[in-house]
Design a protein around this ligand. Structure first.
Ligand code: PGA
Length: 262
């Protein structure tokens, strides 16, 4: 395993500037620099700027939770990827909350992924099915549709650098999710990598990082990181708690250490 394990904390619409600054301070105290672990924080748009001045870049990178796909213009209330260029290394795109609450459809997600790549920001593309879709046996078809449209305008080298988060919507706390068993989601993550291989070849598929994006915390993360196709996790609620989030980073570190590639 030579890819760095990627741990992303999605703070969602929580914490004002001073609360965010305090959380970063606590995380900084607890989390050490690990060569094989990459830790990314996704605060609210408002807080990106002050955190970018506070952050120790050897330890953390920043992600935005969303952006608009046009580079500039009369789009009241929006922030473009162009404006985020110096602030965010990654952008989360197509999170299930955006798809469900803000009606982001396949085409919009595709345009956002293209805009991120065009502006040199790495997309963390979220894909995943609802409980209803899973029960109806539509998971594969849905993942196929979400991936083929979102990746449509990219080259193989764009794809190999990006991140795809598998978020089974039924396993996210926002939607009253139950915990998914790692054995329940391993096949879906394998399927995602296979889809990338079919679309962009084996090299892109082996390099793209695939995260598990359902609920995890410091107690459960290990099971997901053990999944063969899992290169890290996208953490929601537990990323707001410095104890739990640093515990997740520690668990990832211990696993790398045990496998001999510290
Ligand atoms: P949760 O969110 O960890 O709070 O369930 C996960 C997510 O939104 O990816």
């Amino acid at each position: 395993m030579n890819k760095r394990t990627l741990i992303v904390g999605n703070w969602k619409m929580h914490m004002n500037t001073s609360q965010a600054s305090m959380l970063l301070h606590r995380l900084h105290e607890r989390i050490k620099i690990h060569r094989n672990i990459e830790v990314v924080l996704a605060p609210s748009m408002l807080v990106l700027q002050p955190l970018s001045m506070q952050i120790d870049r050897r330890k953390f990178r920043l992600a935005a939770q969303n952006a608009y796909h046009k580079d500039e213009g009369a789009f009241t209330g929006e922030v473009s990827f162009t404006m985020l260029q110096d602030l965010a290394h990654y952008v989360i795109i197509g999170h299930s909350e955006r798809r469900l609450y803000f009606h982001e459809d396949l085409d919009l997600v595709r345009d956002k992924v293209a805009a991120a790549v065009r502006n040199g920001i790495m997309p963390i593309l979220c894909v995943g099915e609802t409980d209803h879709e899973r029960k109806a046996g539509e998971t594969r078809q849905l993942l196929h549709d979400q991936l083929t449209t979102a990746l449509a305008n990219l080259t193989a080298s764009d794809v190999e650098e990006m991140v795809i988060a598998y978020e089974p919507v039924w396993a996210i706390s926002t939607f009253g999710g139950q915990l998914a068993k790692p054995s329940d989601v391993a096949k879906d993550m394998e399927f995602i990598r296979k889809q990338v291989a079919d679309l962009y070849g084996k090299r892109a598929a082996s390099r793209v990082r695939i995260l598990y994006g359902g609920s995890v915390d410091d107690q459960t993360v290990r099971g997901y990181l053990e999944i063969e196709d899992c290169d890290g996790v996208l953490v929601g609620g537990a990323s707001l708690n410095y104890h739990k989030f640093s515990g997740i980073v520690d668990a990832a570190y211990r696993m790398r250490h045990e496998s001999g590639d510290e």
